[in-house]
Design a protein around this ligand. Structure first.
Ligand SMILES: [Zn+2]
Length: 430
């Protein structure tokens, strides 16, 4: 018996180590950033490279390099040009994808900034960017090969603004590194920004699984300074000159607060090693947004909800969680999901491919879908209809969750597990 266990343990170790990509062989400790434009209309998408940059720090994962969690509207793959071997892959989402579901996209073509990052390669590589067509179906948008020695890779030093370490738990390669970027803070408000960044961190640690994994998280505050204080509100004819040009009224929705200026955001984030970006907006107005593996943005001084929105938006950007809410009233994001396809977000399902979601975590006998009663409302896990902005055909794991309302006390168990999976994916050796 003992020998058997010993042999199978060795087999598992070998099986994992044979496939692991040797980070130090293929990559330096710097980051490679690729800026591009996503362009098109409601039905077509193209991508055009703008520049390739070498950034001073790689703060992302150094293990699980070729593993893919199947998150995001897009994915990219970096392969070794000599061998064709997959060296690094990741998914990401975009503001552009959401815009494609709006009425404006039906009659007006547009392009929007997008940017990805991976460790800086030591040898020639091929980068491929794909758009998701279904749960596991992809279409290639662009493919580019380049040598790390190319003289036209931009290698200028990042902007110089003050940076403060809010929480330092571990070395960047073993930690989840979060870069908080100031937006709408003037030079005189620098100390307010650092205090607000500390509050953001405190808010994050009111929620599991961040509390129990605090020793794996680093947080930096980057004081990108603005000419004007506050945030633009186009619907009130108020425009401000701010560091990354964030504004309310995204897609004509008063509370939708985003920034289209991804390259500026990345320029500031480049001052620190980072896995995730949080743009903190100096406003008391309620609002925010979050995009998987891209950025989260929220109000620093929202009167209505602070920790709730801060953590909700980070759920989107860090773990790829979907919105579990839905409204009877139509709004700009109504057409985001096709209920005939399984969505990629781990916490919502159309039941088309429920096996890939939380089906195996359901207690035996749980009805699918779960009817909503006073009793089932208390269940920690079920399959409740109404999620992803629609009342019919999309399902969520619990009656309430941080990804549904500001009244929820915490993430539901499925969301908590998805966030934990991401923390471990970024910090644990393969
Ligand atoms: Zn949830």
């Amino acid at each position: 018996m003992r020998i058997k266990i010993f042999i199978s343990t060795i087999f598992i170790i070998v099986a994992f180590t044979v496939n692991a990509i040797d980070y130090n062989h293929f990559f330096s400790r710097k980051a490679c950033r690729v800026d591009f434009q996503l362009a098109g209309n409601a039905t077509s998408t193209s991508a055009y490279i703008q520049q390739i940059k070498e950034e001073p720090y790689w703060g992302g994962r150094t293990s699980n390099l070729d593993k893919f969690l199947n998150l995001g509207e897009y994915r990219f793959q970096v392969t070794d040009s000599a061998s064709g071997k997959l060296l690094y892959t990741d998914g990401f989402s975009s503001l552009f994808f959401e815009w494609q579901t709006t009425d404006e996209a039906k009659h007006t073509p547009k392009s929007m900034e997008q940017s990805i990052q991976f460790p800086f390669p030591k040898y020639a590589v091929k980068l491929t960017i794909d758009k998701r067509l279904g749960y596991e179906k992809w279409e290639t948008l662009l493919s580019v090969s380049f040598s790390p020695n190319d003289k036209l890779i931009t290698r200028n030093t990042p902007v110089n603004v003050p940076v403060k370490e809010i929480l330092k738990s571990s070395s960047p390669e073993k930690a989840v590194d979060i870069a908080i970027i100031a937006e709408g803070y003037t030079a005189e408000q620098q100390e307010k920004f650092f205090a607000d960044a500390q509050k953001l961190a405190d808010n994050l640690f009111t929620h599991e699984p961040f509390i129990r994994h605090k020793s794996k998280i680093n947080i930096y505050a980057v004081a990108a300074l603005s000419v004007d204080s506050g945030i633009s509100k186009p619907h009130e004819n108020s425009w401000k000159n701010t560091a990354v040009g964030a504004h309310f009224y995204t897609f004509y929705e008063p509370r939708y607060l985003t920034s289209p200026n991804i390259f500026s955001i990345r320029n500031y984030a480049a001052l620190v090693p980072y896995d995730a970006i949080y743009v903190l907006a100096n406003t008391t107005n309620y609002g925010g947004g979050g995009f998987y593996n891209f950025y989260a943005l929220a109000s620093a001084d929202s009167e209505r909800a602070k920790s709730e929105v801060i953590v909700h938006e980070f759920g989107h950007s860090f773990a790829g969680l979907g919105d579990e809410y839905f409204k009877d009233k139509p709004d700009a994001l109504d057409d985001m999901y096709n209920i005939k396809e399984e969505p990629w977000e781990p916490n919502i399902t159309s039941l088309v491919k429920f096996d890939a979601k939380w089906k195996n975590d359901l207690p035996k006998g749980t009805p699918i879908p779960t009817p909503l009663t006073d009793e089932t409302k208390k269940l920690t896990i079920g399959v409740f209809e109404g999620a992803g902005y629609v009342t019919k055909g999309m399902y969520r794991p619990a009656y309430d969750c941080r990804m549904r309302t500001n009244d929820a006390k915490a993430f539901c168990t499925v969301c908590e597990k998805a966030v934990e999976r991401m923390i471990l994916f970024l910090t644990t050796a393969d």
